[in-house]
Design a protein around this ligand. Structure first.
Ligand code: PEP
Length: 281
């Protein structure tokens, strides 16, 4: 993915009608965690009405506490993929935490028969789960979205991406999602989107930003703009190719990370601001 200097492979790849990398930018707005079929449908309907073909949907949730909601897992996959087909979603970003989840996703996709694609997300808690990386690297059906580890060096996270490539899967997007510090930051994580051009310089991976998990709040600047939007603009201006961002039809009833979710009313406003930032890039 870039660690070999004589490697001339491209900095982009195509998957299910969507180009990742090069000069493209895709917004993956969606549910941090799937809770009800109705919420999935409301989300996808809103995306379609605003011309979006990608989304994020969390089925398997790696939680810090074992007592927190762990996601509906494979039980929600049939309706997630059925609705993705209904609303013209081409690619769903979905985190997996175990290699068996890949088989469950394949099975559900085959059952629904929709042409929906999936990009397998490996979260920050699993960035250095080398056995998971190796097994996901061995399958080539799905591309992979690898999150930066929140407490390791950039170099270590980039080496984690190499585990995927070294097993054969080079369709990897690298996601920046903020870093943990012990300095009492106002945001959940210290936003690291200044590293978008650095990752592009060091590797050939398309780069994703996750403003929601970086900021972790709906706090607003004195200008009335949400911090989530401010940092999105920073990442887009820095050259991001993909944005993973939490929305929810009813954040108060969200089972995971409701306080950082944007509402469906805010979707057109968010997409317009992304476009403005994109023009500034
Ligand atoms: C997520 O995107 O749902 C998530 C849990 O992100 P992270 O792995 O960055 O915490």
């Amino acid at each position: 993915l870039g660690r070999h200097k004589d490697d001339r492979r491209p900095t982009w790849f195509d998957y299910n009608g969507v180009r990742f990398g090069q000069d493209t930018l895709h917004v993956f707005a969606g549910l941090c965690a799937v809770n009800t079929r109705e919420h999935v449908e409301a989300m996808m309907k809103a995306l379609q009405s605003h011309g979006q073909v990608c989304t994020r949907m969390g089925a398997y949730k790696p939680r810090t506490s074992p007592y927190s909601f762990q996601g509906h897992g494979k039980a929600c996959l049939p309706y997630v993929f059925e609705l993705a087909g209904k609303y013209g979603i081409k690619v769903v970003a979905m985190e997996i935490t175990h290699e068996d989840h890949v088989d469950e996703i394949v099975e559900a996709l085959e059952q629904t028969g929709n042409p929906t694609g999936v990009i397998l997300q490996i979260g920050t808690r699993n960035t250095q789960n080398f056995e998971l990386l190796k097994s996901v690297g061995r399958q080539k059906r799905f591309p992979v979205l690898l999150k930066r580890g929140f407490g390791i060096t950039l170099e270590e996270s980039l080496n984690a991406a190499e585990y995927l490539a070294s097993e054969g899967n080079r369709n990897v997007v690298f996601a920046l999602r903020g870093m943990k510090t012990n300095m009492g930051d106002p945001h959940r994580n210290l936003v690291d989107f200044a590293h978008v051009p650095v990752v592009k310089r060091l590797t050939r991976m398309p780069v994703c930003i996750d403003p929601s998990h970086s900021v972790g709040t709906r706090d607003m600047a004195p200008d009335g703009m949400l911090d989530v939007m401010h940092v999105t603009a920073q990442g887009v201006i820095a050259g991001a190719n993909m944005i993973l961002v939490d929305f929810h039809p009813d954040p108060a009833s969200a089972l995971v990370d409701g306080p950082q979710a944007l509402t469906l009313d805010e979707l057109p406003w968010y997409l317009d601001d992304v476009q403005i930032a994109r023009e500034a890039y």
